[in-house]
Design a protein around this ligand. Structure first.
Ligand code: GLA
Length: 698
């Protein structure tokens, strides 16, 4: 049983970790342990009962509360801030009771209530023992008769063992340059990572890792993410008394919520974990969890797709797509995806969004002929849509200008010539649901790339039923509702989440989409960086990666293939221009990928040499039963005479015998781990080496 209860202490245990909290003598719900699992329940410390320091810092400031409200003399970053109907802005929470539910998975709920006002806060905890993760979320309820104004509600505060000697790793980025890792010491004060753009955005990933001198392979790391596809906030705080804590949840920037009686507010889930196996261990825990517990089809490797975007841009029609499809099929591609440009009046990015029916000039007979053609070539058919958007030049906007996010007295700032439909509105949701459902019902579509290409501006919702600022949350709920309903009606469709590349890559969207288009940058060396960052919290099965023509003048096609083979392989180059020998090489790489695809997409991933730190890199995947593996090695550009350092394999059974393609006689797993191997490459060369267990014993 992963949940241990008593009247005043609770311990959550996973395979290797434990998380404990309880009531201190003042009755405050206090964190007291998060780290390695200990042999006996009594081994976990008891909740702290600190005294104050001076008249300037009362005792409340020192208690690592599980979920502090803004109240009294605590000046730490609170999780909850409200204004009651009488303007009182002090929320004093006290423990009421707890309950444990065993289905669908064991979860503990702790109920807190304001000592005076009719506000209850229920903290939910769900341990995921096999992944050493703990999931937390919160339900806020107004039991009174007047609305309560919520200004901040996070999903969790994670308290680290006492100390102020931690480092924070997070990711920063831009369009075509996502997921750059950044590690910095956490110093006293507040460090915030956030999104204010309506989607998580390219600028920051909803992920953090905190360590004390950990490496890729070893050392303590506390890490986490938020299952939310909108504005998020992660704040790491180091107090002046050496206490380190991380809050995570909905961003409270421009947030407001009128909590009506009888309408509970449930926050997104925060998922966190602890490991002693370094950053690599942390990633593998998260990756396995996403595959097994989050993705709709996490155990089924993806088909190799071709996407026509970079080849034809908006210039799509039956002839151009059929010509590409014929070549793609000959190369072994399994899914043909037509990108932007196919729908009513869509010839460039300045018109058409919103009118989701085939353009009469480009597809006079609808999509049926093309789909039949693609199917007759032995491939499935997929399509691009951007449902949340509208171009002012569209039938939809002309009919419903009031449907976009806007302030009536302000400009409607366009970005990529488009405005955002207010997905918080149920009429907008119903419209989108209707057109997409029709598209999927009338056509044999197996795959949808769902795009979202701009960030919010002038975030108004003039006829909002509650606080206009609820838009930031209700919009995301609206997207979830439409997408979720479509998923239910068309359960076999595979969805891809794209937001100008990797702007919406989170555990919320991945309950709906099976994969992510992680960057519009398809240049292979940039991609090595981006893919490494992405892998910190998301598995290879979700990482769609196309081979394109970027840098084709000097970047070998084989290198480009190998980079994309590290994820869910796709092709996006202009196949019409590829020579016959390039197409043959592509067919050979695709054949090879089919052999390793299950290991790459379902196996454990080990980052052996970092692409973000070096001009060379090595990445390994190992099947769950340790019988098979694959090693990728890349050398980008380093001065000549340089040799790639010894590569130490990981994840093998030390006591089994393995062969590594091209590396001599079989050796023990332990030898490959400890002695390693050498791979010599010239600049812009790459290798894919199969690893095979030749005997389970030495
Ligand atoms: C975005 C996507 C691209 C492509 C275009 C189409 O930029 O990230 O992959 O689909 O839109 O307009």
């Amino acid at each position: 049983m992963p949940i241990h209860t008593s009247p005043n202490r609770w311990v959550l245990e996973t395979q290797h970790t434990a998380y404990a909290f309880g009531l201190n003598s003042a009755g405050l719900l206090t964190h007291h342990y998060w780290g390695a699992r200990l042999p006996r329940l009594d081994d976990y410390p008891i909740p702290a009962d600190p005294a104050g320091f001076a008249s300037t810092d009362g005792f409340g400031h020192f208690i690592p509360e599980e979920f502090p409200g803004y109240a009294g003399t605590k000046y730490i970053d609170p999780c909850l801030k409200v204004t009651f109907a009488d303007e009182v802005r002090d929320v004093v929470l006290r423990y009421v009771d707890f309950s444990v539910k065993n289905s669908p998975q064991p979860a503990l709920s702790i109920r807190l209530k304001d000592v005076y006002y009719p506000l209850t806060v229920t903290l939910h905890y769900r341990p995921h023992p096999d992944y050493d993760l703990i999931e937390r979320w919160v339900t806020l309820e107004n039991l009174g008769s007047e609305p309560i104004h919520v200004e901040r509600i996070f999903s969790a505060k994670w308290t680290l063992p006492p100390g102020d000697d931690y480092s924070l790793t997070h990711m920063v980025g831009r369009h075509v340059d996502e997921f750059n890792l950044w590690r910095e010491p956490l110093t006293p004060g507040l460090k915030t990572i956030e999104s204010r753009r309506l989607i998580p955005s390219h600028r920051a990933a909803p992920w953090f890792a905190i360590d004390r001198a950990a490496s890729e392979d070893a050392g303590e790391v506390w890490f986490g993410t938020l299952a939310w596809s909108g504005n998020f906030r992660i704040s790491a705080e180091v107090t002046e008394f050496a206490s380190t804590r991380v809050s995570i949840g909905l961003n409270d920037w421009d947030f407001g919520w009128k909590l009506q009686p009888g309408e509970p507010l449930v926050t997104p889930a925060a998922i966190s974990g602890y490991t002693q196996s370094g950053f690599g261990g942390a990633s593998r825990q998260l990756q396995a969890y996403v595959r097994d517990e989050i993705l709709p089809h996490g155990q089924v490797p993806h088909k190799i797709l071709y996407n026509s975007w970079e080849a034809t841009l908006f210039d799509v029609d039956e002839a151009s797509q059929s010509a590409l499809a014929e070549i793609a099929a000959r190369m072994g591609i399994e899914l043909f995806v037509m990108d932007d440009g196919w729908f009513h009046n869509r010839n460039w990015d300045n018109a058409g969004l919103g009118d989701w029916w085939p353009d009469k000039k480009k597809f006079p007979n609808g999509l049926g002929n093309l789909i039949e053609k693609v199917n007759s070539l032995g491939m499935d058919f997929g399509l691009w849509v951007e449902p949340e958007m509208v171009n002012p030049d569209s039938d939809l906007y002309r009919a419903h200008p009031e449907w976009v996010i806007h302030f009536p007295t302000r400009a409607r700032t366009e970005s990529r010539n488009q405005l955002i439909l207010n997905m918080a509105r149920t009429d907008v949701q119903d419209y989108i649901l209707g057109v997409l459902d029709k598209l999927l019902t009338e056509n044999k579509i197996s795959f949808i790339k769902w795009d979202m290409n701009r960030a919010a501006s002038e975030p108004g919702w003039p006829d909002a039923p509650g606080d206009q600022r609820e838009l930031w949350v209700r919009y995301v709920w609206g997207v979830y509702r439409v997408w979720g309903e479509l998923r239910q009606r068309h359960p076999d469709v595979i969805w891809q989440s794209c937001a100008s590349g990797g702007g919406r890559a989170d555990y919320g969207i991945l309950r709906l989409a099976d994969q992510v288009w992680i960057s519009d940058n398809t240049e292979a060396t940039a991609r090595l960086h981006i893919q490494e960052g992405y892998s910190q919290y998301l598995p290879a099965i979700t990482m769609e990666a196309w081979v394109t023509d970027w840098n084709e003048g000097f970047m070998p096609l084989e290198f480009r293939f190998h980079v994309s083979m590290c994820g869910a392989l796709g092709v996006g180059g202009n196949l019409i221009k590829w020579t016959e020998s390039e197409r043959e090489l592509a067919a050979e790489c695709i054949r090879q990928y089919k052999e390793i695809r299950a290991v790459v997409q379902l196996g454990g991933q080990y980052r052996l040499l970092s692409a973000q730190k070096n001009a060379y890199s090595a990445l390994q995947y190992v099947s769950q039963d340790q019988a098979e593996g694959v090693l990728f090695v890349f050398r980008v550009h380093t001065p000549e005479k340089f040799n790639i350092p010894q590569i130490h394999l990981r994840g093998l059974d030390p006591e089994a015998l393995y062969s590594v393609e091209g590396c001599g006689e079989p050796r023990s797993g332990l030898a490959w781990l400890e002695v390693g191997l050498k791979v010599e490459l010239k600049n812009l060369q790459s290798r894919v080496l199969r690893i095979k267990r030749v005997s389970p014993n030495l």
